[in-house]
Write a protein that binds this ligand. Structure first.
Ligand SMILES: Nc1nc2c(ncn2[C@@H]2O[C@H](COP(=O)(O)OP(=O)(O)OP(=O)(O)O)[C@@H](O)[C@H]2O)c(=O)[nH]1
Length: 896
């Protein structure tokens, strides 16, 4: 079945006005009125209708803009949430859900105020989030259908908390006045509750998309209603039992006896709308509507044109039925219309007649649905006077009667009834049962007629012809008047009803979403109040934090360098004196083994001194470890000061033992089997191997001896590393000097020459020459003896001094290509390691700080956006509620 939705492309067809020439011939308002009075009355009715129509047209237009705006807002600005209201079980006190507990709401005066009801509000995408609201609703003619929500006031006293029962006694609102009607999201999956469960599982975006479809459909329907409201034509559906004379009645109303095919047997198989040919350029033809396409006379793809001569064939087509696409037939009025105008175009209003197939068990539902369409202004039910109301007829009247308050009932073939009064009484009694409102107005709504006489100009049966003529005229007048007077109700009523419900739905949506926006705004505000100061504090403290980190790194590193430097210098000084750099556990200076073991002794002394230096290095490293640990802790404290409380602190525990672990020297140390940790100096053969000078440092003694001579004679005094310990032993020095000249092996040429000069100078003196021989002999022996006796003490000193000399110009590390003094090399190495650790600790904290600032910045930015969006949405939804109110007033003013 396809409804008629003619597009209004034909401006030539205008509604008749009381000024039309044929108007005076009509007397729609009773026989007692003069034509002038009738015209004035009709004029009033028409004007009143037009005012109402224009108002409603405006309201529909405003609603269209409103719905389009809501769609737009939903698509681009704010995913509109779909509210779901629930009421509390009436059996117990009102309950409020709060997390897992249900709290009885103390008696609240608003709960009992008319139009105010406590409800729980959830949203389809977030069913667990429950808000107590007060629903302000009304459904009055004056105010229209109203629904808005406000957050329920908190309970005034603290009620006792009771544990949640297994099934919270919350009941879905299924009251039409409180639930959505036009914008209801129904998934057509069966029972409401099942559909609801399914909706609840959907996400916000899906629900908003579903809502968009609903809004789009509403928009389409509004456009349709607008056309319908402005459509000047009123549609009269003529239906009834099989063979009751419907087609004959149509012919009679058209004043044409041969148009719609009639027969003793049921003929009409499909719906046929008869329209004035004026709407089709005065051309008689048939438009056969295409299936499932909206009919548009201006668009030929929506119908096919058939010759008017095929009318009978098409109307009686046995392959068609009530569900086939209808025919639209354009017919010219009969020639007699000037004196006896047809109902189609009578000068006041335009009417089209729809001839329906006779009712039977199969077609009742289809026809009832057809009658229910908003395009149908009046339903004329034709019943055969002989048969009264059949079961199908009763069923139809029950179904259609609910939608259309008033039914026109034509009791046809009344001419064939002999006892007319009895028939009239019986029929009216039946009507009283079936449609009380029709019965109440029976004088105008129930007509006993003989259509055949009007259609064919003949009388059947034994009726009173004149009386039946009047009866038919009365039927025509009543029908015209009814259509005219009830046009507002039939045409404007459905549109008004639709707009009213749509507005209430939009208002409920806006109101619920206002609450959401309010909540979001508050949440965003609270978040901003919490996060903004933290962020500002962090941003303000950023430079100070950075400076502190740098300072911490510098201080700790510098401290470590300076302490290492001092420690190493001290160690080296001790070594230079032949003492251990630091008292290392298990390490002792070797005991002197005698003259024969002097080489091994020197070697062992060297090893022990080097090992003690290694140990001293380790002590410096340990010191640096301690300093670094303190530095790392201070960095962590800086974190505590500058990072917000909720930022997770580093869980890494600083392990100072991991410092100084990757030294290539370790390899050789392991290979050498030397037990000490540290640099592994003792393991380096270049340092560990003694030389002859360690045992007898002749040049040193020579230098010491020279230091004892007058300073003018010594040009290399400054080369002596230490103050000479033996300055009083000049003579021995001389001897040693001579010896060193003789040995020559490791004595420099310069020293030899200097020695030679000294001896020559002495020998040239004749006095000296006398005693020099024996003295020299004694001295030499003494010197040699002294040197031998001094070996246990002089070897460590020599070794230490040599080590010091070596380490003063090199780092001592085997493969060190750069000649950096040992002390500086150690200070730099330790400093580098300390700086590495401090820099890592600072970097980690800096990252944490930066991430925390970024995260808070993001939260602030998001919250600001959310707040802005929520404020905008709130203003927007409030504006929507205002717009709804304005339109509602406009609609309420249209009294139909
Ligand atoms: N005497 C008399 N005969 C009538 C009257 N109305 C219709 N008829 C006859 O009754 C028969 C059936 O009339 P139709 O108009 O075809 O009936 P219908 O209700 O359209 O039949 P369907 O094809 O079932 O729709 C025809 O032969 C008509 O001439 C009437 O008021 N008086």
């Amino acid at each position: 079945m396809q409804p008629f939705h003619p597009q209004l492309h034909s401006p030539s067809i205008r509604p008749a006005t009381p000024d039309s020439p044929s108007f005076e011939k009509e007397s729609h308002f009773g026989p007692d009125l003069s034509a002038r009075q009738a015209r004035e009355l009709a004029q009033g009715v028409v004007r009143e209708y037009e005012v109402k129509r224009d108002k409603l047209d405006n309201a529909i237009k405003s609603s269209e803009y409103l719905v389009a705006d809501v769609r737009n807002f939903n698509a681009n600005q704010w995913a509109i949430r779909y509210p779901h209201l629930r009421t509390v079980d009436e059996a117990g006190p009102p309950l409020r859900m709060l997390s897992s507990t249900i709290i009885p709401i103390p008696s609240d005066p608003t709960a009992h105020r008319p139009g105010m009801a406590r409800r729980t509000l959830t949203f389809a995408d977030e069913p667990a989030e429950v808000t107590d609201v007060v629903l302000n609703s009304s459904s009055t003619v004056r105010q229209g259908l109203k629904r808005s929500l406000t957050v329920a006031p908190p309970p005034s006293t603290s009620p006792a908390t009771i544990s949640a029962p297994n099934n919270p006694p919350l009941v879905d609102v299924e009251n039409d006045e409180e639930d959505f009607s036009i914008l209801r999201l129904d998934l057509n999956l069966g029972a409401t509750r099942q559909a609801q469960t399914l909706i609840n599982q959907l996400e916000k975006a899906s629900i908003s998309a579903l809502l968009d479809t609903r809004l789009a459909a509403a928009l389409d329907h509004l456009q349709l209603l607008q056309k319908r409201v402005n459509d000047p034509q009123s549609r009269v559906l003529i239906t009834g039992d099989l063979n009751a004379g419907k087609s004959t009645l149509v012919n009679a109303l058209l004043r044409r006896n041969e148009v719609m095919p009639t027969d003793q047997q049921p003929l009409t198989t499909r719906f046929v709308e008869v329209v004035s040919a004026r709407e089709n350029g005065d051309k008689e033809e048939i438009h056969m509507l295409a299936a499932n396409v909206k009919y548009d006379p201006a668009n030929e793809s929506t119908y096919s044109v058939e010759d008017i001569n095929r009318l009978e064939e098409l109307v009686t087509d046995l392959d068609a039925d009530a569900s086939s696409p209808p025919l639209r037939v354009f017919l010219k009025e009969a020639d007699s219309q000037i004196t006896n105008p047809s109902i189609l175009h009578n000068g006041v209003i335009d009417i089209s007649l729809i001839d329906a197939p006779g009712l039977n068990r199969d077609s009742v539902k289809t026809t009832a649905n057809f009658a229910r369409q908003e395009e149908i202004d009046v339903v004329v039910f034709v019943v055969s006077a002989a048969n009264h109301f059949t079961l199908s007829a009763k069923e139809f009247i029950w179904q259609a009667g609910h939608e259309k308050a008033h039914l026109f009932i034509v009791v046809n073939r009344f001419d064939q009834i002999r006892d007319k009064e009895r028939c009239r009484r019986l029929v009216l009694e039946q009507i009283k049962q079936l449609s009380p409102s029709t019965f109440e107005d029976a004088a105008d709504l129930v007509h006993f007629v003989d259509s055949a006489k009007v259609a064919f100009g003949c009388t059947g049966g034994n009726g009173d012809a004149e009386e039946l003529d009047h009866a038919f005229e009365h039927l025509e007048h009543s029908l015209r008047s009814f259509v005219l007077v009830n046009r507002a109700k039939s045409k404007l009523g459905p549109a008004q009803n639709y707009v009213t419900h749509l507005l209430a739905d939009v208002e409920l949506l806006a109101s619920a979403n206002s609450l959401v926006a309010q909540k979001e705004r508050e949440a965003a505000k609270a978040e901003l109040e919490r996060t903004r100061p933290i962020l500002e504090k962090m941003q303000k403290g950023k430079d100070g934090f950075e400076e502190s980190l740098v300072a911490e790194e510098e201080t700790t590193t510098e401290q470590a360098i300076s302490r290492t430097r001092k420690g190493m210098q001290r160690a080296l000084e001790r070594v230079s004196k032949g003492e251990m750099a630091a008292p290392a556990p298990g390490l002792e200076m070797p005991s002197y083994p005698g003259l024969l073991g002097v080489w091994d002794y020197a070697k062992e002394v060297r090893r022990v001194l080097l090992a003690s230096l290694d140990f001293a290095t380790t002590l410096s490293e340990n010191d640096a470890r301690r300093l670094t640990t303190e530095g790392v802790n201070r960095v962590a404290e800086l974190g505590d000061t500058h990072l917000p409380k909720d930022v997770e602190r580093s869980k890494r525990v600083f392990n100072s033992n991991a410092m100084f672990s990757a030294r290539p020297v370790n390899r050789s140390r392991r290979q050498s089997g030397v037990g000490f940790i540290g640099l592994g100096l003792a393991a380096q053969t270049s340092l560990a191997e003694p030389d002859f000078m360690d045992i007898l440092d002749l040049s040193h003694h020579l230098f010491v001896a020279r230091a004892a001579l007058p300073s003018s004679m010594s040009s290399s005094h400054e080369l002596v590393p230490f103050a000479a310990e033996m300055s009083g032993l000049g003579a021995f020095s001389l001897g040693v000097g001579a010896l060193s000249m003789v040995s020559g092996k490791s004595v420099g040429l310069r020293s030899v020459l200097e020695g030679a000069i000294h001896v020559t100078e002495l020998a040239s003196n004749p006095a000296v020459r006398k005693w020099i021989g024996p003295v020299l002999g004694v001295v030499t022996l003494g010197a040699v003896g002294w040197v031998i006796l001094e070996l246990p003490r002089s070897i460590p000193r020599n070794v230490g001094r040599h080590l010091q000399t070596t380490l003063t110009i090199s780092s001592g590390v085997m493969d060190d290509s750069v000649n950096v003094p040992f002390v500086e090399a150690q200070a730099a190495r330790v400093g580098k390691e300390v700086r590495k650790v401090m820099r890592l600790a600072a970097w980690e904290l800096r990252e944490r700080f930066k991430n925390a600032v970024d995260a808070r910045g993001e939260v602030v930015r998001e919250s600001e956006e959310t707040e802005k969006r929520a404020v905008k949405a709130l203003a927007w939804f409030t504006e929507v509620e205002k717009r709804v109110e304005v339109i509602r007033q406009e609609v309420a003013e249209v009294k139909v």
